[in-house]
Design a protein around this ligand. Sequence first.
Ligand code: 6PG
Length: 481
Amino acid sequence: QRAEIGVTGLAVMGRNLARNFARHGHVVAIHNRTYAKTQALLDEAGDEGTFIASESMADFVATLERPRKVIIMVKAGPGTDAVIEELAGLLEEGDIIVDAGNAHFPDTVRREKELAERGLHFVGSGVSGGEEGALNGPSIMPGGSRESYESLGPLLEDISAKVDGVPCCTYVGPDGAGHFVKMVHNGIEYADMQLIAEAYDLIRRGTGKSPAEIAAIFREWNSGELESFLIEITAEVLAQDDARTGKALVDVILDQAEQKGTGRWTVQNALDLGVPITGIAEATFARALSGGVPQREAARAALPAGTVEWHVDDPDAFVEDVRRALYASKVVAYSQGFDQIAAASQEYGWGVDRGAMARIWRGGCIIRARFLNRITEAYERDEQLPLLLADDFFVDVVSQCLEAWRRVVAGAAQNGIPTPAFSSSLAYYDGVRADRLPAALIQGLRDFFGAHTYRRTDADGTFHTEWGADRSETAVDGGFT
Ligand code: 6PG
């Protein structure tokens, strides 16, 4: 008997993916650098399906049917190259290597190219949903050649989460597209979490409610339009008491947010592409600020708040305002993320279908949410939609939230409560909808000090004012820039 698919790297994600395949009736080859982990899987879950265990990579490869499909689930980084190299030496033309870790997409582009030259398919695949998702149905974002998807796709779709019977897995696009889309998913995940954290902080400081009381609010929000995995687990975390002190757990967790790098990569790439993903960037920087211990100590000791004590007159109305501010800011964050996917798809020639991405994020992944259906529908209405925020449905949402959003951001500013994601999302909203932006003045200044030229509203071409001489204007036509 041969295995339909192999998994190497049996830490918790790899192990759970392997079990998921086995539970779906697929024969799974398993391998790990040290055999102990392989044995542990067999001991604990060997009866869930058919596993073929191997001690050596060569034996592992030999147990697979052709074209061989091997999923690598190792920590992203140089270790991945070593595993790929070892595997590639044992595989034959047409075989498929799947990197299901959180690799940085430029690495995936490089690896795909190198392996294609050796006749192998390399599939960089995003997998979201954590341990639980890997076992019970993740959202899967595979890139690589279309040809590889023909034999690999059905297997991945089979183990993915399903929403209304539709798999949360689809072909994303060539080479780095799958890992890119997963990276942006994580960027949105950062923004979502920051927005939730700001909402919690505002309610707590505005109304004096306890974490347990705020947990109840999130539970209620989760039965409405904000329904999502992250809102659901926020209620869980806020309701949790600390066994050691009896306090709310959230009050004893150190307030320094860490990251493994996908948010940072998202922002770095957005800077390269010139896409304003301000919500995601603020969320990423907010984590950095929280971890800047010496800076926070110096600031805490020296900087006044300059605020008056805050009274929220009507706590229920305030909570509803915060809910609306959260919803509107969330729409902005997703709109920005989808903008980035569009820009990257254009720049790297990937042809990513944004509606399909929203569809496969409806289930299985960390940002799964009821409103992703609405995003899919928006792209079904207009595949080329230039701005998600400007789709009719989201125009309605934001219009209904706008007054509350402004009240919340203004109140937060007046009361010294940091809301970087709420505030920057609102600033983006006002910026992107503005008739005129002060960018005109920036162009004037650039022309003044560096003859960088400007374009006019009323004539074609490029112009320069002779600032140091008689201030007459000359048409430059592509000159100085
Ligand atoms: C997922 C998650 C996952 C990611 C964690 C941690 O989709 O399952 O995005 O891939 O590793 O969320 O990310 P940070 O450590 O960067 O917060």
